[in-house]
Ligand binder design. Structure first.
Ligand SMILES: *[C@@H]1O[C@H](CO)[C@@H](O)[C@H](O)[C@H]1NC(C)=O
Ligand SMILES: *[C@@H]1O[C@H](CO)[C@@H](O)[C@H](O)[C@H]1NC(C)=O
Ligand SMILES: *[C@@H]1O[C@H](CO)[C@@H](O)[C@H](O)[C@H]1NC(C)=O
Ligand SMILES: *[C@@H]1O[C@H](CO)[C@@H](O)[C@H](O)[C@H]1NC(C)=O
Ligand SMILES: *[C@@H]1O[C@H](CO)[C@@H](O)[C@H](O)[C@H]1NC(C)=O
Length: 468
């Protein structure tokens, strides 16, 4: 075994020297024949670098700059090719452009330049001829709110309408819409922030975000995330007549569905754990695991709602929580808008309690091992599990449900015990989402049965209080 290693080392060293000599020969040849080093020799340099035969130290050679440029271009290609599966690679390498489909989303990747003129993206290429409209938002249910971009790929010279670049960028673009269901934190995290993370993390900040349907509120709210993922200011292509040109990029964001990541998919194979770590880093959060929080009494965060799914006996609930031994922090919707601040509050809590609703999305900031208690209102069982309960488990957050009885819902008083709204929510569901929504999501408040709710809280206490 030792011998083999030695042979390999000798062999490696030999190839290294050969490559080094070849490089010198090439340098002299280049100088002698005035060969354009960016042209014919690029390929060779790339070949050598790819096989790790050369390693040039900073300042060693005058061609360092050339090499850097080549490496930069190669890095770009490498990063973009990571989106494309083996079976599609050859086609991608030929055309430099590929649209990747899954059942629920479509994303186009280009290692050809992108010329972005507001909602139109030109891809000059002699191997392609296509015009395509794309909505750059994963969730199709939001597509009526999203304006499409038009991708025009083709021979640039035959299309005189391709505009000239005003600004030429040297890192790739990732283009996406910031409208969709922005304004609702669940959708913002599930359909925008997670997809953005999945799509752009591996660029290691060397990427610029071009945001269509530019939504300044969203950009401001998630500025920390945007800064963690990109080392540059975001670009609003509709702002003025500026035409932005990029060496390549991604059009659209990868999306797998409700709060979903897919650790076996390209480009990065990121998991929910990776995403949570990223969020902790972006927001400077202290606690990875709930056992790290040293408090006399575990802190319970109660998420208060204002317009619907309101806890009518919130004060009594708080008294009960305190009696059981929690320190209670009550947060109203207005208290959640500053994410940098609020994420830190959430991260110091051992338990979070709330009715089904976007506020529960803050579970992403809870330390692992914390407990989330979801109060599940009438008719909302499916959504409660799909939106918050399932994802909680993916996040390593312990999940408890408090499913209310009809007696606790204001719908009972409004419609009577025998109404199908009480007896058969599914039948209301078949009348369409808007009918369902107006009753169960927007038309219902809850008066929690404290006798029953106590059991759930005690259970939560047992789950987080093991060390005290
Ligand atoms: C040229 O670009 C326009 C959009 O500006 C497009 O409608 C047309 O199809 C393109 N022509 C070719 C030949 O690509
Ligand atoms: C960009 O396109 C949008 C939508 O078509 C339009 O409202 C806006 O005025 C355009 N911006 C510029 C600078 O032309
Ligand atoms: C358009 O906006 C960009 C970014 O704010 C700015 O740098 C540029 O000067 C503006 N161009 C014009 C023509 O106003
Ligand atoms: C995850 O990605 C793999 C590889 O692309 C794919 O086969 C699988 O269907 C994906 N799973 C989901 C749930 O999207
Ligand atoms: C609350 O729940 C308990 C235990 O299930 C039950 O005995 C009691 O009747 C309920 N109280 C109300 C007001 O419904």
């Amino acid at each position: 075994m030792g011998k083999k290693l030695k042979v390999e080392l000798v062999f490696g060293a030999t190839t290294y020297s050969v490559a080094f000599l070849l490089l010198l020969v090439w340098l002299f040849a280049a100088a002698y024949f005035y060969v354009n080093p960016l042209g014919s020799c690029k390929h060779q340099l790339r070949f050598w670098r790819d096989y790790s035969l050369i390693s040039i130290k900073k300042g060693d050679f005058a061609i360092e700059e050339v090499l850097n440029e080549v490496i930069q271009e190669d890095t770009l290609k490498f990063q973009l090719r990571r989106f494309v599966r083996d079976e599609d690679r050859i086609q991608f390498e030929n055309t430099g452009f590929s649209c990747l489909h899954s059942q629920i989303s479509e994303v186009c990747v280009s290692e050809r330049p992108l010329i972005i003129d507001n909602q139109t993206i030109y891809v000059p290429s002699s191997h392609l001829q296509l015009t395509k409209k794309l909505k750059l938002y994963g969730e199709v249910n939001a597509h009526h709110r999203v304006s499409p971009v038009t991708i025009v790929a083709g021979e640039q010279s035959t299309n005189s309408s391709v505009p000239a670049c005003h600004v030429t960028h040297d890192v790739p673009a990732v283009v996406f819409s910031s409208r969709g269901f922005a304004g609702n934190m669940y959708h913002e995290i599930s359909e925008m922030i997670i997809p953005l993370f999945i799509t752009t993390r591996h660029f290691q900040s060397q990427v610029k975000f071009v945001i269509t349907d530019f939504n300044p509120k969203w950009v401001k709210k998630y500025s920390r995330v945007l800064k963690s993922l990109s080392g540059y200011d975001v670009i609003n292509p509709a702002e003025n007549g500026t035409v932005h040109c990029f060496p390549g990029g991604v059009i659209g964001l990868k999306y797998y569905g409700l709060m979903a990541l897919n650790s076996s998919d390209l480009p990065g194979g990121y998991s929910m754990a990776d995403f949570r770590k990223f969020m902790r880093e972006s927001y400077n959060l202290k606690y990875k695991n709930v056992v790290q929080i040293k408090r006399e009494r575990p802190v319970l965060l109660l998420i208060s709602r204002k317009n619907s799914r309101i806890f009518l006996n919130e004060r009594q609930m708080i008294a009960l929580m305190e009696e059981i031994g929690f320190e209670v922090v009550l947060v109203r919707p207005s208290g959640m808008s500053d994410l940098a601040k609020f994420s830190r509050v959430v991260n110091t809590c051992s338990v979070m309690v709330g009715a089904h609703g976007a506020g529960l999305t803050n579970e992403v900031f809870l330390p692992s091992g914390a407990v989330m208690v979801q109060v599940v209102l009438l008719g909302l069982e499916w959504g409660s599990t799909a939106y918050y309960g399932g994802p909680a488990s993916d996040m390593g957050v312990q999940y408890l449900e408090y499913k209310i009885d009809p007696e606790e819902s204001t719908l009972l008083k409004k419609f009577g015990r025998d109404h199908p709204i009480i007896t058969d929510p599914d039948s209301i569901g078949t009348k369409g989402y808007y009918a369902f929504r107006s009753v169960y999501i927007n038309g219902q408040n809850v008066d929690v049965n404290l006798t029953r709710f106590r059991e759930t809280l005690v259970q939560a206490m047992e789950l987080v209080d093991l060390d005290l």
